[in-house]
Design a protein around this ligand. Structure first.
Ligand code: SF4
Ligand code: SF4
Length: 342
């Protein structure tokens, strides 16, 4: 695949041509923060964003996603995926998409997620500004992002675009690209390496060492209840996390009482009812009843349980959970560094 260069002055025309041909989603400003949204014009794109409020997985697996619709004739798929471009994704979010790809493909292959995923061309972009709680440089360094079609890096006077797939290569047709020089390719590599040096937070130990020690702390109930003592069980740390993927499924009926839809909603393991199950006749059992048990479960999922499947931790160091937690207790760096120091 090729590595190309486009001048800064030509980027707007490139984006405009792409927008003319296909829906494009990218980071846009929302008051003082950023969200992934559909671009109406090239000027809306904010490649200087630090982190978005919600991760880009909402494009493949929305907070409320209809799975099927039904009426007297029976059920019908509610799938309506459209070809689109997701532009400007930071590498930690690409890693998170890679992980979700693995988890939604194993065992029960998730046709809904996959249909949206397979109709999306992903263009990663270098991290121009680092968010205040990020630690992506010290987490899962053994796992490299791979599920993207092209990688755009801002360099002096323009952008280097490395096409990684045929879909990525096809984007070149929208803009005035020329082959990148060796000097431009080297500068792009330096720019991306420099972003890793700017993370404000850092894990002090490697993945395997962390996994072993966190697992060994499983039975330390005092530790987990102390870590979770200020937890509101609000689930915000789950909702904003790019590697969380749990959902609940609900059937709703229309007023005709003959038709309706089956919808899945994002769920959150920190909320009180997440692990509550029915025992029948009105009785229930909650197998993670305390905030400490739920808090432990989240940390185990991020640092231990999924590592063999994913090749590294199920945390990409975006720092969204740390920033979203009102009680400021969700930060994996603080939790893990405390466990490692005990
Ligand atoms: S656990 Fe927190 S830092 Fe890690 S990926 Fe999820 S939101 Fe980002
Ligand atoms: S750790 Fe923080 S964000 Fe997560 S449920 Fe508890 S209070 Fe909410």
């Amino acid at each position: 695949m090729t590595t190309s260069f486009i001048r800064s002055d030509d980027l707007t025309a490139f984006l405009a041509a792409m927008l003319e041909a296909t829906p494009v989603y990218g980071p846009v400003a929302k008051r003082s923060r950023f969200v992934f949204d559909r671009l109406e014009s090239p000027e809306e794109l904010r490649l200087d964003y630090d982190v978005t409020i919600l991760p880009p997985r909402k494009l493949f697996f929305s907070p409320a996603q209809d799975l099927l619709r039904f009426d007297e004739a029976g059920p019908a798929a509610a799938l309506e995926p459209v070809e689109k471009v997701l532009f400007g994704v930071h590498f930690y979010d690409v890693k998170a998409i890679d992980q979700t790809d693995v988890l939604f493909a194993e065992r029960n292959y998730d046709v809904n997620y996959m249909a949206h995923r397979q109709t999306t061309t992903i263009v990663a972009a270098n991290i121009q500004n680092v968010s205040g709680r990020a630690f992506f440089a010290s987490v899962g360094t053994e796992v490299r992002p791979k599920g993207h079609d092209a990688f755009l890096t801002a360099v002096d006077g323009g952008y280097v675009l490395e096409a990684r797939t045929e879909r990525g290569e096809a984007l070149l047709g929208y803009g005035a690209f020329r082959p990148a020089t060796e000097a431009e390719i080297d500068e792009a590599a330096r720019v991306n390496a420099a972003a890793l040096e700017r993370c404000p937070e850092k894990l002090e130990h490697g993945t395997a060492e962390i996994a072993a020690k966190v697992r060994a702390a499983f039975s330390d109930d005092d530790l987990w209840s102390d870590l979770a003592k200020d937890c509101f069980s609000c689930g915000s740390c789950n909702t904003v996390c790019p590697t969380c993927y749990c959902f609940d499924v609900e059937d709703t009926w229309n007023v005709d009482q003959a038709s309706g839809q089956r919808t899945r909603f994002w769920d959150a393991c920190l909320t009180e009812d997440f692990a509550k199950v029915s025992l029948g006749e009105g009785a229930t059992e909650n197998f993670r009843e305390t905030p400490g048990a739920r808090f432990r479960h989240r940390i185990m999922r991020k640092a231990v349980y999924l590592n063999p499947k994913l090749g590294g931790p199920a945390c990409v160091g975006c720092g969204r959970c740390s920033a979203a937690c009102t009680a400021d207790i969700a930060d994996p760096v603080r939790v893990i560094n405390r466990i490692m120091a005990s």
